[in-house]
Write a protein that binds this ligand. Structure first.
Ligand SMILES: [Zn+2]
Length: 508
Protein backbone atom coordinates (compact mmCIF):
# COMPACT_ATOMS: atom_id res chain seq x y z
CA UNK A 1 0.00 0.00 0.00
CA UNK A 2 1.24 3.48 -0.77
CA UNK A 3 1.06 6.23 1.85
CA UNK A 4 2.38 9.78 1.99
CA UNK A 5 3.36 11.27 5.37
CA UNK A 6 4.12 14.96 5.87
CA UNK A 7 7.22 16.22 7.60
CA UNK A 8 9.75 19.05 7.44
CA UNK A 9 13.49 19.37 6.97
CA UNK A 10 15.70 22.26 7.98
CA UNK A 11 17.68 24.21 5.43
CA UNK A 12 19.51 26.83 7.44
CA UNK A 13 16.77 28.55 9.39
CA UNK A 14 14.08 27.69 6.87
CA UNK A 15 11.79 24.73 7.34
CA UNK A 16 11.14 23.01 4.02
CA UNK A 17 8.14 20.67 3.64
CA UNK A 18 9.16 17.09 2.91
CA UNK A 19 6.89 14.17 2.05
CA UNK A 20 7.91 10.74 3.19
CA UNK A 21 6.36 8.42 0.60
CA UNK A 22 6.25 4.80 1.70
CA UNK A 23 5.21 1.94 -0.52
CA UNK A 24 5.01 -1.50 1.09
CA UNK A 25 4.14 -4.35 -1.20
CA UNK A 26 4.26 -8.13 -1.26
CA UNK A 27 7.41 -9.57 -2.74
CA UNK A 28 10.96 -10.30 -1.86
CA UNK A 29 11.50 -8.52 1.51
CA UNK A 30 13.76 -5.52 1.23
CA UNK A 31 14.13 -1.85 2.00
CA UNK A 32 15.12 0.93 -0.35
CA UNK A 33 15.50 4.57 0.69
CA UNK A 34 15.86 7.23 -2.00
CA UNK A 35 15.67 11.03 -2.16
CA UNK A 36 19.11 12.36 -1.10
CA UNK A 37 19.22 11.14 2.51
CA UNK A 38 22.33 11.89 4.56
CA UNK A 39 23.90 9.25 6.79
CA UNK A 40 21.66 9.99 9.77
CA UNK A 41 18.56 9.55 7.61
CA UNK A 42 19.99 6.43 5.93
CA UNK A 43 20.51 4.85 9.34
CA UNK A 44 17.04 5.74 10.49
CA UNK A 45 15.64 2.47 9.12
CA UNK A 46 17.45 0.52 11.85
CA UNK A 47 16.09 2.78 14.61
CA UNK A 48 12.61 2.79 13.15
CA UNK A 49 12.31 -0.99 12.76
CA UNK A 50 13.48 -1.56 16.36
CA UNK A 51 11.19 1.14 17.71
CA UNK A 52 8.22 -0.37 15.89
CA UNK A 53 9.08 -3.83 17.22
CA UNK A 54 9.18 -2.36 20.74
CA UNK A 55 5.46 -1.53 20.52
CA UNK A 56 4.61 -5.02 19.34
CA UNK A 57 4.09 -4.34 15.64
CA UNK A 58 5.91 -5.95 12.74
CA UNK A 59 6.66 -4.19 9.48
CA UNK A 60 9.32 -6.48 8.06
CA UNK A 61 8.48 -9.05 5.45
CA UNK A 62 7.41 -6.44 2.91
CA UNK A 63 9.15 -4.99 -0.05
CA UNK A 64 9.38 -1.41 1.17
CA UNK A 65 10.38 1.58 -0.91
CA UNK A 66 10.71 5.00 0.70
CA UNK A 67 11.07 8.20 -1.26
CA UNK A 68 11.82 11.52 0.37
CA UNK A 69 10.49 14.32 -1.78
CA UNK A 70 11.49 16.90 -3.05
CA UNK A 71 14.22 14.64 -4.36
CA UNK A 72 16.81 17.38 -4.94
CA UNK A 73 16.95 18.64 -1.34
CA UNK A 74 19.47 16.96 0.91
CA UNK A 75 17.67 15.58 3.98
CA UNK A 76 19.73 15.86 7.14
CA UNK A 77 19.40 14.75 10.72
CA UNK A 78 17.21 12.34 12.57
CA UNK A 79 13.91 14.26 12.57
CA UNK A 80 12.52 12.01 9.83
CA UNK A 81 12.51 8.92 12.12
CA UNK A 82 8.97 9.52 13.33
CA UNK A 83 7.35 10.19 9.93
CA UNK A 84 9.16 7.15 8.54
CA UNK A 85 7.88 4.96 11.40
CA UNK A 86 4.31 6.19 10.96
CA UNK A 87 4.60 5.73 7.19
CA UNK A 88 5.74 2.13 7.57
CA UNK A 89 3.02 1.36 10.13
CA UNK A 90 0.29 2.85 7.94
CA UNK A 91 1.42 1.42 4.63
CA UNK A 92 1.72 -2.10 6.00
CA UNK A 93 -1.74 -1.81 7.54
CA UNK A 94 -0.46 -2.27 11.10
CA UNK A 95 -2.35 0.83 12.19
CA UNK A 96 -5.26 2.71 10.74
CA UNK A 97 -5.21 6.49 10.81
CA UNK A 98 -8.04 8.67 9.63
CA UNK A 99 -6.95 11.65 7.55
CA UNK A 100 -3.23 11.03 7.98
CA UNK A 101 -2.55 14.00 5.68
CA UNK A 102 -3.64 16.38 8.44
CA UNK A 103 -0.61 15.51 10.53
CA UNK A 104 2.98 16.72 10.29
CA UNK A 105 5.46 14.52 12.14
CA UNK A 106 8.97 15.27 13.38
CA UNK A 107 11.05 13.45 15.97
CA UNK A 108 13.98 11.14 16.54
CA UNK A 109 13.34 7.60 17.77
CA UNK A 110 15.46 5.51 20.05
CA UNK A 111 15.57 1.73 19.71
CA UNK A 112 13.09 1.30 22.57
CA UNK A 113 10.59 3.63 20.92
CA UNK A 114 11.16 6.80 22.94
CA UNK A 115 10.83 10.12 21.13
CA UNK A 116 13.83 12.39 21.39
CA UNK A 117 13.86 16.14 20.71
CA UNK A 118 15.08 17.52 17.41
CA UNK A 119 16.36 20.94 16.42
CA UNK A 120 14.47 23.63 14.57
CA UNK A 121 10.94 22.76 15.76
CA UNK A 122 10.12 26.48 16.13
CA UNK A 123 10.93 27.08 12.45
CA UNK A 124 8.67 24.18 11.50
CA UNK A 125 5.88 25.40 13.78
CA UNK A 126 6.10 28.89 12.29
CA UNK A 127 5.80 27.67 8.72
CA UNK A 128 2.73 25.52 9.34
CA UNK A 129 -0.70 27.06 8.56
CA UNK A 130 -2.62 27.83 11.75
CA UNK A 131 -6.09 26.95 10.55
CA UNK A 132 -6.86 24.05 12.92
CA UNK A 133 -6.63 21.67 9.95
CA UNK A 134 -2.91 20.97 10.40
CA UNK A 135 -1.67 19.19 13.50
CA UNK A 136 2.01 19.06 14.38
CA UNK A 137 3.14 15.91 16.19
CA UNK A 138 6.39 16.44 18.10
CA UNK A 139 8.47 14.99 20.95
CA UNK A 140 7.36 16.37 24.31
CA UNK A 141 10.80 17.90 24.92
CA UNK A 142 10.11 20.26 21.98
CA UNK A 143 6.74 21.41 23.36
CA UNK A 144 8.02 24.75 24.71
CA UNK A 145 8.99 25.80 21.17
CA UNK A 146 5.64 24.90 19.58
CA UNK A 147 3.77 26.70 22.34
CA UNK A 148 5.31 30.02 21.26
CA UNK A 149 3.46 30.09 17.93
CA UNK A 150 0.03 31.43 18.77
CA UNK A 151 -2.84 29.41 17.35
CA UNK A 152 -0.75 26.41 16.34
CA UNK A 153 -2.41 23.05 16.89
CA UNK A 154 0.05 20.46 18.18
CA UNK A 155 0.32 17.12 19.94
CA UNK A 156 3.32 16.08 21.98
CA UNK A 157 4.28 12.55 22.85
CA UNK A 158 7.00 10.84 24.83
CA UNK A 159 7.12 7.69 22.76
CA UNK A 160 6.05 6.06 19.54
CA UNK A 161 3.48 4.06 21.53
CA UNK A 162 1.84 7.24 22.84
CA UNK A 163 1.83 8.68 19.35
CA UNK A 164 0.23 5.58 17.82
CA UNK A 165 -2.40 5.47 20.60
CA UNK A 166 -3.33 9.04 19.84
CA UNK A 167 -3.54 8.46 16.08
CA UNK A 168 -5.80 5.44 16.56
CA UNK A 169 -8.14 7.51 18.70
CA UNK A 170 -7.14 6.11 22.08
CA UNK A 171 -4.95 7.33 24.89
CA UNK A 172 -5.35 10.50 26.88
CA UNK A 173 -3.48 12.82 24.53
CA UNK A 174 -5.42 15.71 23.03
CA UNK A 175 -4.25 18.35 20.56
CA UNK A 176 -3.14 21.55 22.27
CA UNK A 177 -3.56 25.05 20.92
CA UNK A 178 -0.45 27.19 21.41
CA UNK A 179 -1.03 30.31 23.45
CA UNK A 180 1.90 32.37 22.12
CA UNK A 181 4.50 34.20 24.19
CA UNK A 182 3.36 35.04 27.68
CA UNK A 183 4.82 37.91 29.64
CA UNK A 184 5.42 35.59 32.57
CA UNK A 185 7.98 33.82 30.39
CA UNK A 186 10.34 36.74 30.96
CA UNK A 187 12.15 36.31 34.23
CA UNK A 188 14.28 39.17 35.51
CA UNK A 189 17.86 38.31 34.69
CA UNK A 190 19.97 37.81 37.75
CA UNK A 191 23.32 37.06 36.16
CA UNK A 192 23.75 40.51 34.62
CA UNK A 193 25.97 42.78 36.76
CA UNK A 194 24.57 46.23 37.62
CA UNK A 195 26.19 49.53 36.62
CA UNK A 196 25.77 50.55 40.25
CA UNK A 197 28.71 48.30 41.07
CA UNK A 198 30.98 49.94 38.52
CA UNK A 199 33.15 52.52 40.25
CA UNK A 200 34.05 55.69 38.33
CA UNK A 201 34.29 55.38 34.56
CA UNK A 202 31.49 57.86 33.97
CA UNK A 203 32.72 58.50 30.43
CA UNK A 204 32.58 54.80 29.57
CA UNK A 205 29.11 54.45 31.09
CA UNK A 206 27.90 57.39 29.04
CA UNK A 207 29.39 55.89 25.86
CA UNK A 208 27.70 52.56 26.54
CA UNK A 209 24.40 54.34 27.19
CA UNK A 210 24.71 56.03 23.79
CA UNK A 211 25.59 52.67 22.21
CA UNK A 212 22.58 50.99 23.81
CA UNK A 213 20.24 53.85 22.88
CA UNK A 214 20.99 53.57 19.17
CA UNK A 215 22.21 49.94 18.95
CA UNK A 216 25.67 51.15 17.89
CA UNK A 217 28.80 49.01 17.77
CA UNK A 218 31.41 49.91 20.36
CA UNK A 219 35.05 49.32 21.18
CA UNK A 220 36.62 49.77 24.60
CA UNK A 221 40.37 50.32 24.70
CA UNK A 222 42.19 50.23 28.02
CA UNK A 223 44.80 48.63 30.24
CA UNK A 224 44.27 45.10 31.56
CA UNK A 225 42.08 45.16 34.65
CA UNK A 226 40.63 48.60 33.95
CA UNK A 227 37.13 47.11 33.94
CA UNK A 228 36.39 46.92 30.21
CA UNK A 229 34.81 43.49 30.39
CA UNK A 230 32.82 44.31 33.52
CA UNK A 231 31.36 47.41 31.86
CA UNK A 232 30.42 45.45 28.75
CA UNK A 233 28.81 42.71 30.81
CA UNK A 234 26.53 45.29 32.42
CA UNK A 235 25.18 46.20 29.00
CA UNK A 236 22.29 43.66 28.80
CA UNK A 237 20.90 45.31 31.94
CA UNK A 238 20.27 48.59 30.13
CA UNK A 239 18.96 47.22 26.83
CA UNK A 240 15.20 47.38 26.22
CA UNK A 241 13.02 44.26 26.57
CA UNK A 242 12.75 42.03 23.54
CA UNK A 243 9.54 42.34 21.57
CA UNK A 244 7.51 39.19 20.87
CA UNK A 245 8.68 39.27 17.28
CA UNK A 246 12.33 39.48 18.37
CA UNK A 247 11.83 36.59 20.81
CA UNK A 248 10.54 34.42 17.97
CA UNK A 249 13.36 35.46 15.60
CA UNK A 250 16.11 34.78 18.13
CA UNK A 251 14.62 31.64 19.66
CA UNK A 252 14.25 30.22 16.18
CA UNK A 253 17.98 30.53 15.58
CA UNK A 254 18.84 29.05 18.97
CA UNK A 255 16.47 26.17 18.27
CA UNK A 256 18.28 25.42 15.01
CA UNK A 257 21.64 25.52 16.81
CA UNK A 258 20.60 22.88 19.27
CA UNK A 259 22.55 19.63 19.25
CA UNK A 260 20.37 16.67 18.43
CA UNK A 261 20.04 14.34 21.37
CA UNK A 262 20.30 17.29 23.75
CA UNK A 263 17.46 16.41 26.06
CA UNK A 264 17.85 19.38 28.40
CA UNK A 265 14.74 21.51 28.47
CA UNK A 266 14.84 24.16 25.78
CA UNK A 267 13.93 27.64 26.94
CA UNK A 268 12.83 30.44 24.66
CA UNK A 269 15.32 33.29 24.45
CA UNK A 270 13.51 36.11 26.26
CA UNK A 271 16.53 38.10 27.42
CA UNK A 272 18.72 39.76 24.80
CA UNK A 273 21.60 37.40 24.08
CA UNK A 274 25.09 38.44 25.12
CA UNK A 275 27.49 36.15 23.30
CA UNK A 276 31.17 36.12 24.16
CA UNK A 277 33.04 33.85 21.74
CA UNK A 278 36.62 33.08 22.71
CA UNK A 279 39.36 34.66 20.61
CA UNK A 280 40.38 31.24 19.32
CA UNK A 281 36.96 30.89 17.66
CA UNK A 282 37.00 29.47 14.14
CA UNK A 283 35.21 30.92 11.15
CA UNK A 284 32.48 28.27 11.29
CA UNK A 285 31.80 28.78 14.98
CA UNK A 286 31.53 32.54 14.52
CA UNK A 287 29.59 32.95 11.28
CA UNK A 288 28.02 29.50 10.92
CA UNK A 289 28.07 26.74 8.35
CA UNK A 290 29.92 23.48 8.79
CA UNK A 291 28.61 20.02 8.09
CA UNK A 292 25.38 20.54 10.07
CA UNK A 293 24.78 23.99 8.59
CA UNK A 294 24.42 25.32 12.11
CA UNK A 295 24.26 29.03 12.93
CA UNK A 296 27.37 30.68 14.39
CA UNK A 297 27.86 32.98 17.36
CA UNK A 298 27.05 36.03 15.22
CA UNK A 299 23.58 34.64 14.50
CA UNK A 300 23.08 33.44 18.05
CA UNK A 301 23.66 37.08 19.06
CA UNK A 302 20.81 38.22 16.77
CA UNK A 303 18.88 41.04 18.50
CA UNK A 304 21.52 41.10 21.22
CA UNK A 305 25.21 41.76 21.69
CA UNK A 306 28.22 39.96 20.22
CA UNK A 307 31.12 40.82 22.50
CA UNK A 308 34.65 40.11 21.33
CA UNK A 309 37.10 40.44 24.19
CA UNK A 310 40.79 40.81 23.23
CA UNK A 311 39.81 41.83 19.72
CA UNK A 312 43.34 41.78 18.16
CA UNK A 313 43.80 38.15 19.26
CA UNK A 314 41.02 37.00 16.92
CA UNK A 315 42.01 35.54 13.59
CA UNK A 316 41.92 38.35 11.07
CA UNK A 317 39.93 36.41 8.44
CA UNK A 318 37.34 35.57 11.07
CA UNK A 319 36.96 39.24 11.98
CA UNK A 320 36.69 40.27 8.35
CA UNK A 321 33.84 37.79 7.92
CA UNK A 322 31.88 39.83 10.44
CA UNK A 323 31.84 42.85 8.14
CA UNK A 324 28.93 41.48 6.12
CA UNK A 325 26.55 40.98 9.05
CA UNK A 326 27.61 44.28 10.60
CA UNK A 327 26.55 46.04 7.43
CA UNK A 328 23.54 43.99 6.31
CA UNK A 329 22.24 42.21 9.39
CA UNK A 330 22.52 38.73 7.92
CA UNK A 331 25.09 36.10 6.99
CA UNK A 332 24.88 34.06 3.82
CA UNK A 333 26.71 30.77 3.54
CA UNK A 334 26.91 29.34 0.04
CA UNK A 335 26.55 25.63 -0.45
CA UNK A 336 26.31 23.36 -3.44
CA UNK A 337 22.67 22.87 -2.51
CA UNK A 338 21.95 26.60 -2.33
CA UNK A 339 22.61 29.63 -0.19
CA UNK A 340 21.67 29.58 3.45
CA UNK A 341 20.87 32.95 4.99
CA UNK A 342 21.12 33.41 8.74
CA UNK A 343 19.77 36.57 10.37
CA UNK A 344 22.58 38.25 12.34
CA UNK A 345 21.65 41.75 13.43
CA UNK A 346 23.64 42.33 16.56
CA UNK A 347 25.37 45.13 18.39
CA UNK A 348 29.04 44.36 18.16
CA UNK A 349 31.04 45.11 21.26
CA UNK A 350 34.79 44.66 21.50
CA UNK A 351 37.55 45.27 23.99
CA UNK A 352 41.31 45.47 23.51
CA UNK A 353 44.48 46.60 25.19
CA UNK A 354 46.17 49.70 23.77
CA UNK A 355 49.39 47.74 23.07
CA UNK A 356 50.72 44.18 23.56
CA UNK A 357 51.91 44.87 27.13
CA UNK A 358 48.75 46.81 27.88
CA UNK A 359 50.16 49.86 29.66
CA UNK A 360 50.45 52.40 26.82
CA UNK A 361 47.65 54.51 28.27
CA UNK A 362 48.60 54.11 31.91
CA UNK A 363 50.24 57.23 33.38
CA UNK A 364 51.83 55.26 36.24
CA UNK A 365 53.29 52.31 34.38
CA UNK A 366 55.75 52.22 31.56
CA UNK A 367 54.89 50.65 28.26
CA UNK A 368 57.72 48.36 27.23
CA UNK A 369 56.52 47.75 23.69
CA UNK A 370 58.60 48.79 20.72
CA UNK A 371 56.79 51.22 18.42
CA UNK A 372 56.84 48.56 15.74
CA UNK A 373 55.17 45.99 17.97
CA UNK A 374 52.52 48.52 18.94
CA UNK A 375 51.85 49.30 15.31
CA UNK A 376 51.60 45.63 14.37
CA UNK A 377 49.18 45.06 17.26
CA UNK A 378 46.89 47.86 16.07
CA UNK A 379 47.11 46.68 12.48
CA UNK A 380 45.59 43.32 13.38
CA UNK A 381 42.26 45.13 13.19
CA UNK A 382 41.66 46.30 9.66
CA UNK A 383 40.65 49.84 8.83
CA UNK A 384 37.31 48.82 7.29
CA UNK A 385 36.39 46.91 10.45
CA UNK A 386 37.37 49.80 12.70
CA UNK A 387 35.40 52.12 10.45
CA UNK A 388 32.26 50.13 11.24
CA UNK A 389 32.65 50.65 14.96
CA UNK A 390 30.65 53.78 15.75
CA UNK A 391 31.73 54.31 19.31
CA UNK A 392 35.37 53.93 20.34
CA UNK A 393 36.29 54.90 23.88
CA UNK A 394 39.38 54.59 25.99
CA UNK A 395 38.91 53.19 29.45
CA UNK A 396 41.22 54.97 31.88
CA UNK A 397 42.99 52.91 34.56
CA UNK A 398 41.10 53.12 37.83
CA UNK A 399 42.28 55.59 40.46
CA UNK A 400 42.87 53.97 43.84
CA UNK A 401 40.77 56.58 45.67
CA UNK A 402 37.83 55.89 43.35
CA UNK A 403 37.60 52.44 44.92
CA UNK A 404 36.63 53.88 48.29
CA UNK A 405 34.20 56.35 46.75
CA UNK A 406 30.89 55.73 48.52
CA UNK A 407 28.74 58.16 46.59
CA UNK A 408 25.43 56.79 45.37
CA UNK A 409 25.79 55.58 41.78
CA UNK A 410 23.07 55.24 39.22
CA UNK A 411 21.69 51.72 38.81
CA UNK A 412 21.16 49.98 35.48
CA UNK A 413 17.36 50.15 35.77
CA UNK A 414 17.43 53.97 35.72
CA UNK A 415 19.77 54.11 32.74
CA UNK A 416 17.56 51.57 31.02
CA UNK A 417 14.52 53.86 31.30
CA UNK A 418 16.37 56.55 29.35
CA UNK A 419 17.54 54.00 26.76
CA UNK A 420 13.97 52.78 26.27
CA UNK A 421 12.75 56.37 25.82
CA UNK A 422 15.37 57.00 23.12
CA UNK A 423 14.46 53.74 21.40
CA UNK A 424 10.76 54.69 21.47
CA UNK A 425 11.58 57.90 19.57
CA UNK A 426 13.42 55.80 16.97
CA UNK A 427 10.54 53.35 16.61
CA UNK A 428 8.19 56.25 15.90
CA UNK A 429 10.64 57.71 13.40
CA UNK A 430 11.11 54.44 11.51
CA UNK A 431 7.54 53.19 11.68
CA UNK A 432 7.23 53.10 7.87
CA UNK A 433 10.85 52.12 7.25
CA UNK A 434 12.64 48.78 7.55
CA UNK A 435 14.89 49.99 10.41
CA UNK A 436 14.47 49.63 14.14
CA UNK A 437 17.34 51.74 15.43
CA UNK A 438 19.56 54.63 14.37
CA UNK A 439 22.51 52.31 13.77
CA UNK A 440 20.60 50.53 11.00
CA UNK A 441 19.78 53.69 9.03
CA UNK A 442 20.96 54.01 5.44
CA UNK A 443 23.29 56.91 4.63
CA UNK A 444 20.51 58.95 3.00
CA UNK A 445 18.29 58.47 6.03
CA UNK A 446 21.17 59.41 8.35
CA UNK A 447 21.45 62.72 6.57
CA UNK A 448 17.71 63.31 6.24
CA UNK A 449 16.84 62.53 9.86
CA UNK A 450 19.74 64.55 11.27
CA UNK A 451 17.96 67.67 9.87
CA UNK A 452 21.00 69.83 10.49
CA UNK A 453 20.97 73.55 9.92
CA UNK A 454 23.49 74.75 7.27
CA UNK A 455 25.76 75.99 10.05
CA UNK A 456 25.75 72.62 11.85
CA UNK A 457 26.34 70.82 8.59
CA UNK A 458 29.35 73.03 7.80
CA UNK A 459 30.74 72.23 11.24
CA UNK A 460 30.22 68.48 10.73
CA UNK A 461 31.84 68.45 7.31
CA UNK A 462 34.89 70.48 8.31
CA UNK A 463 35.42 68.45 11.49
CA UNK A 464 35.17 65.17 9.59
CA UNK A 465 37.62 66.54 7.08
CA UNK A 466 40.12 67.47 9.79
CA UNK A 467 39.78 64.02 11.33
CA UNK A 468 40.15 62.26 7.97
CA UNK A 469 36.86 60.38 8.35
CA UNK A 470 35.89 58.20 5.39
CA UNK A 471 32.46 58.68 3.84
CA UNK A 472 31.21 55.69 5.83
CA UNK A 473 32.83 57.06 8.96
CA UNK A 474 31.07 60.39 8.40
CA UNK A 475 27.62 58.82 8.09
CA UNK A 476 28.23 56.58 11.06
CA UNK A 477 29.20 59.64 13.05
CA UNK A 478 25.94 61.29 11.96
CA UNK A 479 23.97 58.27 13.18
CA UNK A 480 25.61 58.48 16.59
CA UNK A 481 24.84 62.22 16.67
CA UNK A 482 21.20 61.42 15.91
CA UNK A 483 21.15 59.02 18.85
CA UNK A 484 22.68 61.61 21.19
CA UNK A 485 20.08 64.14 20.04
CA UNK A 486 17.34 61.54 20.65
CA UNK A 487 18.63 61.03 24.17
CA UNK A 488 17.93 64.69 24.91
CA UNK A 489 14.69 64.48 22.90
CA UNK A 490 15.85 67.12 20.44
CA UNK A 491 14.31 67.17 16.95
CA UNK A 492 17.51 68.33 15.23
CA UNK A 493 21.16 67.36 15.55
CA UNK A 494 23.18 70.28 16.96
CA UNK A 495 26.88 71.03 17.28
CA UNK A 496 27.00 69.55 20.82
CA UNK A 497 25.74 66.20 19.52
CA UNK A 498 28.27 66.16 16.71
CA UNK A 499 31.13 67.10 19.04
CA UNK A 500 30.29 64.22 21.34
CA UNK A 501 29.95 61.78 18.44
CA UNK A 502 33.34 62.91 17.10
CA UNK A 503 34.91 62.24 20.48
CA UNK A 504 33.91 58.59 20.05
CA UNK A 505 36.01 58.33 16.92
CA UNK A 506 39.37 59.39 18.28
CA UNK A 507 41.06 56.13 19.18
CA UNK A 508 43.55 56.17 16.33
ZN1 LIG B 1 52.97 48.43 25.71
Amino acid sequence: MFRRIRSYCLFGIKAVPVSVEVDASQGLPGFTLVGLPDNAVRESRERVVSAIRSIGKVVTGFRTTVNLSPADLRKEGSALDLPLAIGMLVSTGEINVEKVERYVFVGELSLDGLLKPVRGVLSIAMSLPRDGENILVIPRANASEASLVEGLCYVCADSLRECVEYLEGGGSNVPLIASGIKSKDRPPSLEVPDFRNVVGMEGVKRALEVAASGAHNFLLVGSPGAGKTLCARCLPGILPDMTDEEILETTRIHSCARRSGDSAEFRPVVIRPFRTPHHSASMVSLVGGGARLAPGEASLAHNGVLFLDELPEFNRCVLEALREPMEDGFISVSRASGTVVWPARFMMGAAMNPCPCGFAMDPKRVCTCLPDARKRYREKISGPLLDRIDIQVSVPPMEANALVDRRERECSADIRKRVCAARAIQRRRFKDLPFKSNAEMSSECAKRFACMSPEVERFAVSAADRMNLSARGFYRMLKVSRTIADMREAPCVEIVDISEALRYRTIN
